[in-house]
Design a protein around this ligand. Structure first.
Ligand SMILES: [Fe+2]
Length: 281
């Protein structure tokens, strides 16, 4: 039988990549980088065969979509931020069978989910950046899920729960990643430059993010999911935090009783609040 071997909320910010080059960010993202690598090595140690990634940089207007092609191969430049992510070569196996199983399970809850096998459908950087650090040897398959912008929180929760059931009925060991920020009020154009990296976009967002991390540390998940719909909108959620809705749906929502392990310091990037947290199952 299959299993969710690991679940985590992870960062994917381009400043991680920039910190590995000469410039003002050089060396300033070691914590996030090392913790992404640590999550990858934990998943590998548990025999991970595929990463299911809720990707807040793949936005869908209609329905729910997975990129379930057999192989992800290409050269990526971000259409949103071509000056930050440019010409990244990638080559990862895909997970078409797992995509079909999740789509079939989700349809039982009335969700229309398409598991695409379209050669020209690329990876986006919410999947690509974590995979570059966690899955360097491309030993595990990659199955990205789009963030449906007009879905309800309940639809996203149901999708996460269906993904868990499908994984557990499948033959696969799967690590599940919610790839997105906490709060996400990005800097304005006038603030773009060498100083854009180190401050959260509003004092309100900063305080709510810190409170959320405290709730997670203290295992107060029922309180967290009760505030999640408002947190998603009032703190400018990245793709309205669809990734977090799906992750908590998969974990069991208010019935989740695991332990949240924060693996790096909370940090700001271009106004957003970022962290890597593993949710033990
Ligand atoms: Fe992002």
């Amino acid at each position: 039988m299959g299993e969710v071997v690991l679940a985590a909320k992870v960062t994917h910010v381009p400043s991680i990549l920039l910190s590995e080059r000469e410039g003002p960010l050089k060396g300033k993202r070691e914590g996030p980088i090392q913790s992404l690598k640590e999550i990858g090595s934990r998943a590998r140690a548990r025999g991970v065969q595929a990463y299911l990634i809720f990707d807040t940089h793949w936005l869908s207007n209609f329905g729910c979509h997975m990129n379930a092609k057999a192989h992800h191969r290409g050269v990526y430049t971000s259409h949103e931020a071509p000056h930050l992510i440019q010409d990244l070569t990638y080559d990862f196996p895909g997970a078409p069978d797992l995509g079909d199983l999740i789509a079939a399970e989700a349809s039982k809850d009335g969700l229309e989910v398409l598991a695409h096998k379209v050669d020209s459908l690329p990876l986006e950087y919410g999947a690509l950046v974590p995979m570059m650090y966690m899955n360097q040897d491309a030993s595990a398959a990659v199955l990205p899920v789009a963030a449906p912008l007009f879905a309800t929180v309940e639809e996203n929760r149901l999708f996460g729960a269906a993904a868990r059931r499908a994984i557990e009925a499948s033959p696969y060991k799967v690590a599940v990643l919610a790839s997105g920020s906490l709060s996400h009020k990005l800097v304005s154009n006038s603030q773009v430059g060498d100083n854009q990296w180190e401050q959260v976009g509003s004092p309100f967002n900063l305080q709510v993010d810190l409170h959320v991390l405290q709730l997670w540390r203290e295992g107060r998940f029922a309180e967290f999911v009760a505030m999640l719909p408002e947190y998603s909108t009032k703190c400018n959620g990245e793709a309205l935090m669809a990734d977090t809705h799906m992750l908590f749906g998969l974990l069991g929502w208010d019935r989740y009783r695991g332990r949240a392990e924060q693996l790096c310091d909370y940090f700001a990037s271009s106004g957003s609040g970022q962290v890597n947290v593993q949710f033990h199952l």
